[in-house]
Structures are given as C-alpha cells and as structure tokens.
Design a protein around this ligand. Structure first.
Ligand code: DC
Length: 225
C-alpha cells in the first residue's frame, strides 16, 4: 500500500517548501495540488471565462486537460499538452484559482487525478482539502498554519528576492481575502481535519517545521510496526 502524507493549510503557510523537503527526505513524491487549480485558473483566464460564470465553467471544464509529470524530481504541470508550470505562481493566477476552485465540476476532476496519483505511489500532497476530502485515509495529516502577518512578510521576502517591489499591507490584505474565500466556500472548504495534527510555523524556520513533520511521521511509522 502506498504511504500518503496530507498537508493542508492557508496560503503562504510554507506548505509547498516544507512538503517538498519532507518528500525528499522520506523518498516520497511531492504533489502540489494548488498548481493544478492554478492551471485551471489559467485555462479559464485564457478562455476569457468569468470566474463568476459557473455555467460556462461547467461547460468548458471538459476541454481542460491537466496532466502532471516529474522532470528531475520536479513537478511539471501540463495544460492541454503545454508545460505551464512557469506561469502558475503569479498573484493573478492564484486569485483566479481560488475563485474557480469553488465549483464542484472543477474539484471533481482534480480530486480524481489526485487520488489516482496517491494510490500508485508514496506521496506528500499539499492543498486545502487533502486530509478532509482527497485522502481521508492518509497515514499522517498535518494542518500547517502561521499568523497572517508572518505569512505576508514571508511572501514579501520571496517577491523581493525576485526583484519585485510590493506593499506588505496589500499582500497581507490579499492573503486574508484568499483565506476567507478558501474557508467559507460551500464545496470542500479549508478546515483542519479532526485527525490532523496542527503545526503552527509562526515561530519556526523551515528546518524546524520539516523536522517537526518528519518526527510525527516517524512516530506513526513506529506504531505500524
Ligand atoms: O496553494 P495555492 O496558493 O497554490 O492554491 C491556489 C488556490 O487553489 C487556493 O487559493 C485554493 C485552491 N486550492 C483548492 O481549492 N484546493 C486545493 N487542494 C489546493 C488549492
């Protein structure tokens, strides 16, 4: 049986950085589900479909083929055969992803793809509904969070490293807006699964957070033996 670790939490909690490192240390595959929703967001943006137009989204969703491949251990996302990985990390695509991810037609398609991937191989999967909906039987569930101010400052640091100037207050406002949207939608809202372990990284650096999750996994592993 494939081993699965589910990591959920709000935007900017460090999920992808931490999940990637954990996967590497444990020899598992990292699956970034946010990138799949971002690819869908990009698709509807390109099609000129309004994120408010649920009927058009339900109609068009069948024309978006999202596939995942790994190149040198890095996840690559293909949209109808085109590698769109480099176009997914902008704030605009993130906002679009958050908006279109509220629709059942979009979620159903991506959840199926995620479940297939997790059944075949050992994965560390991160997102918003992994512990609650996608992998309810995951071997370990972690809810990774941090204070919204801390998350905004981390994001500002990342953008500045890329040479992009930004307003920290504006970034925090966007983060809170996205949290609200992700937590208050009807379909699979972001919430901590009952059996998930809460890891608050506000006072932790990456190494500490990675080690905290690996310790939790080792404890579980000891219980199976
Ligand atoms: O983790 P991220 O910022 O790349 O995710 C982008 C958006 O996609 C996020 O605001 C909500 C949505 N999403 C989701 O609904 N379910 C997931 N499992 C992952 C992401």
């Amino acid at each position: 049986m494939a081993k699965n670790i589910a990591i959920d939490g709000p935007a900017g909690a460090g999920k992808s950085t931490i999940a990637k490192r954990i996967a590497k240390e444990l020899g598992m595959i990292y699956v970034d589900t946010g990138a799949m929703y971002r690819a869908m967001g990009l698709f509807f943006h390109r099609q000129g479909v309004s994120p408010q137009d649920e009927a058009a989204i339900a109609r068009e969703v069948g024309n978006a083929q999202v596939t995942i491949r790994y190149e040198n251990g890095q996840q690559q996302v293909f949209l109808n055969g085109e590698n769109v990985t480099a176009q997914l990390r902008t704030e605009e695509v993130g906002r679009m992803a958050s908006k279109v991810s509220v629709y059942p037609a979009v979620r159903k398609k991506l959840v199926e793809l995620q479940q297939q991937m997790a059944a075949k191989q050992d994965v560390v999967m991160d997102g918003r509904d992994i512990g609650t909906v996608v992998l309810p039987q995951a071997d370990l569930k972690v809810y990774l969070t941090a204070d919204s101010r801390v998350r905004a400052l981390r994001r500002v640091g990342e953008l500045r490293e890329k040479g992009q100037e930004c307003d920290p207050q504006e970034i925090e406002r966007e983060i809170r807006e996205r949290d609200y949207q992700d937590m208050h939608r009807d379909e699979s809202p972001l919430r901590q699964a009952e059996d998930a372990v809460l890891v608050d990284t506000s006072q932790m650096d990456i190494d500490q957070a990675v080690q905290a999750v690996i310790r939790l996994f080792e404890e579980r592993r000891a219980e199976w033996k």
